[in-house]
Structure formats: C-alpha cells, structure tokens
Design a protein around this ligand. Structure first.
Ligand code: G3P
Ligand code: MG
Length: 273
C-alpha cells in the first residue's frame, strides 16, 4: 500500500553525520555486525557505522545480514524462527576465525549503549526476514526512538524495503531515513522524497556526478555503498558525494575528516595517496 507523505525539504533534514561509514562494523576484518567489529572500526577512527537489523521470533531487534543463520553463526535455518533467548546463545564469531570464537550476536539495545557511551553514530539498515517487513520497520523505529530518546543525533534508518521504510515512517516520522537502491532507477529520487528520506543510498557502481547532482537537486543527500577502493572514493568525493560506506576501515583514515566532506578540504593526491 502506497502511503502519501509530505516531501521533505532540504532544510527540514539536517545531516549531521560523518562522511565515512564503516560497513557492518569493520567490513570483513572482524565478524560482521558484532560488537567486536564495531570496536575494531572505532579503533580505526570511524565514528559512524552501517549494520543490518532484523527481528527475532519474539520481536527483539538484533544484528544479522542474512535471513539464514548458517553463514555467520553456528546455528542453522531461518534467523527469524528463533527467540532472542535462543539466538543469544549462538556463536557469531568462530566462522571468522579463532580470535573471535564465542562472539555473540548483538542486540540493538546493547549496540545503542555502546555507541552512546562513546558518542558514535549509526546507520541501521532495516533488513527484515522475508515476509516480516512491516513489523520490522515499525518495531525497529519504535525501539530506536526509545533507545536514542536522550540523544541529539539519531540513527539513520535505511532499507531496500519500501514497506519497511513506510512502517518506520508511520511509527516514528521524525527519525532520519534513507532509501537503498542496488541499481540506478531515476524514479528512486521521487520515491525517496515520498518516503520522507533525507538520503538516497546507492550501490557505488551506479553513481556518477550527474546522478549525485540530480539527488542534490531534490534536496537530499547522496550516499554510496560499498566503496573499497581509494581511487573510486576520490572520484565520488569530487563528484559531491555526502557519505561513503566502506569495508576498508584499514585503508581509509576518517578521523581527520569527521563532519566534513573530504573533497572540499583535501586534494585528490591526498585522497589517492
Ligand atoms: O546499507 C548498505 C549495504 O549494507 C547494503 O547492502 O547487502 O551489504 O546489506 P548489504
Ligand atoms: Mg547492510
């Protein structure tokens, strides 16, 4: 069901987020979406993280990319079929290596405590288990509003799922949102505005200066995922990109550039060095 929404004006959407965003905590250098990964990303100077959030069978928001447990835990089968109590006893680190054996799955609530203790920011990708889009969008938005009630800077809620974003917007309209797209679709800009999104988050291969300009002309930000190459990052910053999600927390050095767009204050030589 399409929900009519007031399009966002550029001034209604402050974007107080760092340019550099660590994908799944620390890319592939630690078990994705675990606290160990966030700690490693923060050690590398990242102040903002992307991660994937879905619901347990009993409605607890927790971090996991896949719908199935097999790739990144010692469990099996659909993640959404288990209660949080059962999920919390799984090992989400051994698949990556011995150094992370026993690392647990991470609850949104625990992530919120850790981020707030350190003053760090997050882009929560709502990644519903299949068929659970509306419930996931609503519950994640409600929990975020409550967990970050005392924070000035709220998490950005993003999703490929329009139904999840609609449910999040209906539940907590004031939370910042981003529409994810994995190929270029000109109509996605209109869709992002209809959903009241402050950003369009685009697969990096499909962004260029004209498309970034078109996104900006609509009054919203352009964010790219997942950029793991310095030359590509330099090209996108010079094209006016607002945010870059990367696995390569070991390659880029965001700490000197927090809150600024690197293309504005660094030469291309520096970016490519
Ligand atoms: O949120 C950006 C990116 O994470 C979307 O793709 O599959 O890595 O979750 P995926
Ligand atoms: Mg993701």
């Amino acid at each position: 069901m399409l929900m009519p929404m007031t399009p966002l004006s550029p001034h209604a959407s402050p974007w107080p987020y760092p340019c550099w965003i660590a994908h799944r905590g620390a890319g592939t250098l630690a078990p994705e979406n675990t606290l160990a990964a966030f700690r490693l990303g923060a050690d590398h100077g990242f102040a903002m993280f992307e991660c994937d959030v879905k619901l347990s069978a009993d409605g607890e928001p927790f971090l996991l990319h896949d719908a199935d447990l097999a790739r990144t835990t010692n469990g099996q089968g659909p993640a959404g079929a288990l209660s949080w109590d059962a999920l919390s006893r799984l090992d989400a680190g051994s698949w990556h290596g011995r150094a992370y054996a026993g690392e647990p799955l991470l609850r949104l609530e625990a992530l919120a405590r850790w981020l707030q203790a350190l003053g760090l920011m997050v882009n929560l990708e709502i990644k519903p288990c299949p068929g659970d889009e509306v419930r996931t969008g609503r519950i994640v938005a409600e929990r975020v509003a409550s967990l970050w009630a005392a924070s000035d800077v709220k998490p950005v809620l993003s999703s490929f799922s329009v139904a999840a974003l609609e449910a999040a917007a209906a539940a907590e309209p004031s939370l910042p949102r981003g529409l994810l797209i994995d190929r270029w679709q000109p109509e996605a800009i209109e869709e992002a505005l209809r959903l009241g999104c402050g950003a369009l988050v685009v697969h990096q291969a499909f962004l260029n200066d004209r498309r970034i300009e078109a996104i900006h002309a609509a009054g919203i930000k352009a964010v790219a995922y997942t950029v793991n190459d310095a030359e590509r990052a330099g090209t996108l910053w010079l094209a006016g990109l607002d945010g870059l999600i990367t696995d390569r927390v070991d390659l880029f050095e965001p700490q000197a550039r927090l809150g600024t767009c690197p293309g504005l204050n660094l030469s291309l030589d520096t970016l490519l060095a």
